[in-house]
Structures are given as structure tokens and as C-alpha cells.
Ligand binder design. Structure first.
Ligand SMILES: Nc1ncnc2c1ncn2[C@@H]1O[C@H](COP(=O)(O)OP(=O)(O)OP(=O)(O)O)[C@@H](O)[C@H]1O
Length: 261
């Protein structure tokens, strides 16, 4: 299987702080990864490297076979979908959901091109349907609920037919219904063999969609454990990563964790 993401001893330093500390991580075609860790562990920073939006201070990062520092990142980025709250904040509130999704084909937010190819229109429609926002196509992005907004963003991130899809805390701020709808949509995506390689950042094991195959546990900028989900998502590993005694349970393809007392 081809390696899609290959980090070797990657560190990120800012001033005196080491945000990522010698991270080595390989992600292969067909895999669906969850990145878990407590606040400040370095998850978003790791995703920024995986998205080609940040360069390592030291170490080597290869994305889709291209080495960061030796490749034109503007050619690389359309091959990598990213959905994050930071990117969502840059979407104009007045933009329609249809345009939020469509404009991704041109790597822009804000509708400045007036005509789109029929193929793009059809793809945008299919993606909006898949994420249950097709009925909201004419609504402005700013009027959507948090859950609708998250699903529109994922449809947008998939618009360029990326080889790698990175989702930074897609369930943050959702109520129980919104979270479950999102988990179901992501489970569907994970099951589809045509889907890109998926990497999902979260704080909560309850948000891991069925079909996700691997976990990376990040603690204070270093890899605490990484590998197949059933091997890594243990009480012992989570206790180490989150710094409190936890029990972990799996039931019907979903996970839960709680403190022992
Ligand atoms: N430019 C910077 N300069 C100094 N420290 C930074 C910088 N950017 C991030 N950090 C710090 O690096 C650490 C990791 O940040 P990051 O956002 O990657 O963590 P995270 O795991 O995504 O956190 P959260 O779960 O709270 O979103 C944090 O302590 C943050 O304050």
C-alpha cells in the first residue's frame, strides 16, 4: 500500500517551545486515522503539517509522495482537503451553501467567478446530498446551525476530490443529534472505498465514527502510541495520553471512555 503521509522525526519549535517533538508517522492508502490528545497536545499543528500549511522546523515531511520544502505547496494543497474552524471563519456569512461548496474547486472563498462547469455543479450537488445540506443550497452560510455548517464544510473539503481529507474537530460544538448525524455521515465516508484517506482530530473517543481503522495518541507534542485502533485504544494508553485513570469500552462499533472514579 502506498504511503500517503510520511513524517520522519518532525519537530516544530516556536521560540523556546517545542510544539511537536520528533514525530514519526506513516499513513497509507485506504486507512482512516483518528488523532486523539488533550488540549494543547499539538493535534492542530500536526494537521497543519499534513495539510502542507506549515513546514517542520526539523525532520522530513512527505505528503502524497512530495517532500515539503521541495514542492510547490500551491500545487499540493488542492490534493488535500481540510476542514477546520479556522478555515470556516474565513467563509463570508453571506455566501450561499452552494457557492461555499462550489468555490472550493477554485481554491477560493467568496464568489468571484460567475460560471462553473456543469461537472462541478453536479459534483457539488452530490456532495451536498451526501452530507444532508442539499436542501440548504440557497441559504447563506451565516444562517446555518453549527451542525449544518460542519457538514457543508466537509462537502466543500471533498469538492476537489482530494487524496487526503483532514478534519480538525468536526464535531466540536455540536449537540447530541448533530454529533450523531455527523458521525453517521463520516462512517459512510469511511466505508466507501472510493473515499480519500481520512484523518480526524478529536478530543473524544465517542466521536470516532465506525470504520476508522487507526489511532495516533499525541501527548505534549510526541507520539504516545500509534497503530490499529483495537491495539491502541486501550485504557492504559488513554490513561497515559490524557493523564487520568480511564476505562475504555467498545460497543457496536462505537467507543466510550470515563474516569475510573
Ligand atoms: N505560534 C506559536 N507559538 C507558541 N506556541 C504555540 C504556537 N502555536 C501553537 N502553540 C502552542 O502549541 C501547543 C499545541 O497547539 P495545538 O493547537 O497544535 O494543540 P491542540 O492539540 O490542537 O490543542 P486543542 O485540543 O486545545 O485544540 C499549545 O500549547 C499552543 O499554545
Amino acid at each position: 500500500m502506498n504511503v500517503v503521509l510520511d513524517l520522519q522525526d518532525v519537530s516544530i519549535r516556536r521560540g523556546t517551545k517545542t510544539i511537536l517533538d520528533s514525530v514519526s508517522w506513516q499513513v497509507r492508502e485506504g486507512e482512516r486515522w483518528v488523532v486523539l490528545g488533550r488540549n494543547g497536545a499539538g493535534k492542530t499543528t500536526l494537521l497543519q503539517i499534513a495539510a502542507g500549511r506549515m513546514h517542520p522546523s526539523s525532520g522530513v515531511a512527505e505528503l502524497l509522495g512530495e517532500r515539503l520544502g521541495r514542492v510547490d505547496v500551491f500545487e499540493l494543497r488542492p490534493r488535500i482537503g481540510l476542514a477546520s474552524s479556522a478555515l470556516a471563519d474565513r467563509i463570508p456569512a453571506s455566501e450561499t451553501v452552494r457557492d461555499v461548496v462550489l468555490t472550493a474547486a477554485y481554491g477560493v472563498t467568496g464568489r468571484w467567478r460567475e460560471s462553473y462547469e456543469d461537472l462541478d455543479q453536479a459534483r457539488a450537488h452530490d456532495l451536498m446530498s451526501a452530507f444532508g445540506v442539499d436542501g440548504l443550497a440557497d441559504r447563506s452560510f451565516g444562517t446555518l446551525s453549527e451542525g449544518e455548517r460542519k457538514r457543508a464544510q466537509i462537502a466543500r473539503a471533498l469538492m476537489t476530490d482530494p487524496e487526503l481529507l483532514l478534519l480538525d474537530e468536526p464535531a466540536a460544538g455540536l449537540d447530541l443529534g448533530g454529533r450523531e448525524e455527523l458521525v453517521a455521515a463520516l462512517a459512510e465516508l469511511a466505508r466507501d472505498r472510493r473515499s480519500p484517506v481520512l484523518v480526524l482530530v478529536t478530543h473524544h473517543v465517542e466521536e470516532i465514527p465506525p470504520g476508522f481503522t487507526h489511532v495516533l495518541l499525541l501527548t505534549d507534542g510526541h507520539v504516545h502510541a500509534a497503530g490499529p485502533i483495537a491495539e491502541v485504544l486501550t485504557a492504559q494508553n488513554l490513561t497515559g495520553a490524557f493523564g487520568l485513570d480511564l476505562v475504555v469500552e467498545q460497543s457496536a462499533d462505537r467507543w466510550s471512555a470515563r474516569a475510573t472514579r
